[in-house]
Design a protein around this ligand. Structure first.
Ligand code: FES
Length: 556
C-alpha cells in the first residue's frame, strides 16, 4: 500500500462521515426534532469509541499526508483541478479545527452532549460571522470531496455512465444540507427573538466547569487554526525555497525537439508541465496509468532507481529498462528522452469526452499470430509470402469484423483485436470467443486452398484475456488507430505466445470465460506465469472443437 492509497482510503472514511453529517443537517428542512431524532441513527457509528478512532485517525492522517504531498512538490504549476483540490484541501482544516473544538472537544471537556439546539445556537444564532464561516466550511469540504472523488473515478467506465446522477448528487447534497442548516438556524433565531438570551443560556453549558479544561478549550479555540496556518505557510515556503533550488537544475531534451529546464527534485512530468509542453498523464502523475512513460535516450549521470510505485507500474507492463515514468523520475542531471505516447491521444468518440484522456474500459483482447512465418519466408518466394500473409490476415480480419470486434493493429504476421468497445463486458468476451472459433474455421478453409498451391498448412496461436485497459487512438496525426494499453493487453499477448508451449491453438483466460458467463469447472484450467506480472494467470488451452463448443455455450 502506497502513501497515495492511504490518503485515498482515509479520504473515503472522512467522505463517509461528511455524507452522514450533511444528510443529518438536511433533515432541518423537516424540523429540529427530526434532525435530533435521526442523529443517533445517522451519526451513532461516529460517536462510539471505535468510530471516533477510525474517523479522527483518518482525518489526522489525511491532513498530514496532504501536507506531506505539499512539501514534496517541486512546482506549484499543476492542472487547474489539482490546484483547486489542493487549495480547498489546505483551506478546510483552518475552519474545521475551530469547528471541532466547538463541538467534539467541548463535548469531551464539558462532558455535555452537543445536540442540534446547541450546535445551531453556536453556529447560526449568536454570531453571523460564525454562520458565514460554517457555510464556507461546508462548501470547501464538499468541493474538495467532490473534486477528489471525480478525478479518482473519472477513468472508470461505470462512473462515466453514472456521471449525470453523480453530478446531481454533487449539487444536491450540499444544497439540501445548507438549506436544512439554515432552516433549523432560523427556527432558533425566531425563538431568540421572542426570548432574548436563550441561545447564550444554551451555550453556557459548553463552558467546562474545570478551569483548566476551560482554559484549554479557549486556547485551542483561539489558536489551533493559526497554528495550522503557520504549518501550511512553512510548507509553502519550503516548496518555493527548498534547498534543492540552490543546487542548480537539469535539462530535459525531448528527442530532437524541444527542451526544458527544471530544478533538481522536480519530476520530468513536472518539468514538462512547468515549461507548458504537452505530456500525456492520464492518472495525473500517480503512477497508475503509465501513459507518461518515456524512453531514455541518454543521461549525463546515472538515473535514480525507480521508486516502489514506479517499479510496480513498470513491472505491470513488462517495460524494458530504458522505459521510465515521467511522473516519478527525478533526475539529478541532464537527460534526453522520448515521450512514448502522443499527448494528443484521442479517446473513443463520446459526447463531452475530454480529448486529452484515454478511456478506461473493460475489454476483451484477442491476439492471433501465424506460426512458423520465418520458415515460410525462407521456403517461399517473397511474392508468395506476401500473398499468403495477405490471404491469412484478410481471413483473420474478416473473422474479427463478422463478430463485431475491432482489429487494432496488424503485428506483421498476426493481429490484435478488441472486443467490448460497445455493449458490455459480457458481450465482448462472447464475441471474442466466437471470433477465435471463426478464425480457426477460416484457417481450415484457407489451408484447403493453400496446401494445393503451396503445400503448406498454416498454423496459428490465439490468446484471449479480459480486463480493464486504457483504450484510445494512437498514431501520427491523420492516421491514428484505435488500440488498448495496459496489463490486460500484455497478458493476452503472452497467452498467445504460450500456445507454442501448450500445443493447443488457443489459450483463453478464466477471466474471459467468466466474463462470457461460463463456469470453467469442467475445463482443463491451468496456471501460467506471465512475465512482468505478479502471480499466475488461470487459462484453458482449447482446440478448434473446444473453442466452438465454448463459443456456442457462451452465446446460448
Ligand atoms: S501520469 Fe500516470 S503513471 Fe505517470
Amino acid at each position: 500500500m502506497t502513501l497515495r492509497d492511504v490518503r485515498l482510503a482515509t479520504g473515503l472514511v472522512v467522505a463517509a462521515f461528511v455524507l452522514c453529517h450533511l444528510g443529518n443537517h438536511a433533515l432541518g428542512l423537516v424540523s429540529i426534532e427530526a434532525m435530533e431524532a435521526a442523529r443517533p441513527w445517522i451519526m451513532g457509528i461516529w460517536h462510539v469509541i471505535p468510530g471516533q478512532i477510525v474517523l479522527y485517525g483518518a482525518l489526522i492522517t489525511h491532513m498530514a499526508l496532504g501536507l506531506h504531498a505539499l512539501v514534496r512538490r517541486r512546482t506549484l504549476r499543476v492542472p487547474w483541478w489539482e490546484a483547486a483540490q489542493l487549495i480547498l484541501g489546505l483551506a478546510v482544516p483552518y475552519l474545521l479545527l475551530t469547528h471541532i473544538v466547538n463541538t467534539r472537544m467541548t463535548r469531551v471537556l464539558a462532558g455535555i452532549d452537543i445536540d442540534y439546539v446547541y450546535e445551531l445556537s453556536a453556529l447560526w444564532v449568536v454570531d453571523p460571522w460564525v454562520r458565514a464561516q460554517q457555510i464556507t466550511l461546508v462548501l470547501l469540504v464538499w468541493g474538495h470531496l467532490a473534486l477528489g472523488l471525480h478525478f479518482w473515478l473519472r477513468l472508470k467506465t461505470w462512473y462515466r455512465a453514472a456521471l449525470p446522477v453523480a453530478a446531481v448528487l454533487y449539487v444536491l447534497v450540499p444544497t439540501l444540507a445548507l438549506l436544512g442548516f439554515a432552516q433549523g438556524g432560523m427556527r432558533l433565531a425566531a425563538v431568540e427573538a421572542e426570548a432574548p438570551g436563550t441561545a447564550k443560556a444554551v451555550l453556557a453549558k459548553g463552558k467546562p466547569a474545570d478551569p483548566e479544561a476551560a482554559a484549554l478549550r479557549l486556547f485551542l479555540k483561539n489558536n489551533l487554526a493559526y497554528l495550522y496556518l503557520a504549518l501550511v505557510g512553512a510548507g509553502l515556503v519550503f516548496v518555493l525555497a527548498r534547498p534543492s533550488a540552490w543546487r542548480g537544475g537539469y535539462t530535459v531534451r525531448y528527442g530532437a525537439g524541444a527542451q526544458a529546464r527544471g530544478r533538481i527534485g522536480m519530476s520530468v512530468l513536472e518539468v514538462s508541465r512547468a515549461a507548458g509542453l504537452p505530456h500525456m498523464s492520464v492518472c495525473g502523475g500517480r503512477a497508475r496509468c503509465t501513459t507518461c512513460r518515456v524512453r531514455i535516450i541518454a543521461s549525463s549521470s546515472e538515473l535514480p532507481e525507480p521508486n516502489a510505485d514506479e517499479a510496480r507500474a513498470l513491472a505491470r507492463i513488462a517495460a524494458p529498462t530504458d522505459i521510465r515514468l515521467a511522473c516519478q523520475l527525478r533526475p539529478d542531471d541532464d537527460v534526453e528522452l522520448l515521450p512514448l505516447l502522443n499527448p494528443t491521444l484521442v479517446p473513443l468518440s463520446r459526447p463531452g469526452a475530454d480529448l486529452q484522456f484515454g478511456d478506461e474500459r473493460t475489454v476483451t483482447i484477442l491476439f492471433v499470430d501465424l506460426r512458423g512465418s520465418s520458415r515460410l519466408a525462407e521456403q517461399h518466394l517473397p511474392f508468395d509470402v506476401v500473398f499468403i500473409l495477405n490471404a491469412f490476415l484478410e481471413e483473420m480480419a474478416q473473422a474479427v469484423s463478422t463478430t463485431q470486434g475491432h482489429y487494432s493493429n496488424f503485428t506483421g504476421d498476426g493481429l490484435m483485436a478488441l472486443f467490448g468497445l460497445t455493449g458490455n463486458a459480457r458481450d465482448g468476451a462472447r464475441r471474442a470467443l466466437d471470433a477465435a472459433a471463426a478464425m480457426l474455421a477460416r484457417l481450415d478453409d484457407l489451408n484447403i486452398r493453400m496446401t494445393g498451391e503451396f503445400g503448406e498448412a498454416l498454423k496459428i496461436g490465439i490468446g484471449i484475456h479480459t480486463g480493464v485497459a486504457i483504450v484510445g487512438r494512437l498514431g501520427p496525426p491523420g492516421a491514428p488507430f484505435l488500440t488498448a494499453l495496459g496489463d490486460t493487453v500484455n497478458t493476452a499477448a503472452r497467452l498467445e505466445s504460450l500456445t507454442k508451449e501448450t500445443g493447443a491453438p488457443a489459450l483463453v483466460s478464466s477471466t474471459t470465460l467468466q466474463a462470457a458467463g461460463l463456469a470453467a469447472d469442467d475445463m482443463a484450467v491451468r496456471s501460467f506465469d506471465i512475465r512482468g506480472r505478479v502471480g499466475t494467470v488461470a487459462a484453458v488451452p482449447l482446440d478448434r472443437a473446444g473453442l466452438q463448443q465454448v463459443a456456442a455455450r457462451s452465446l446460448a
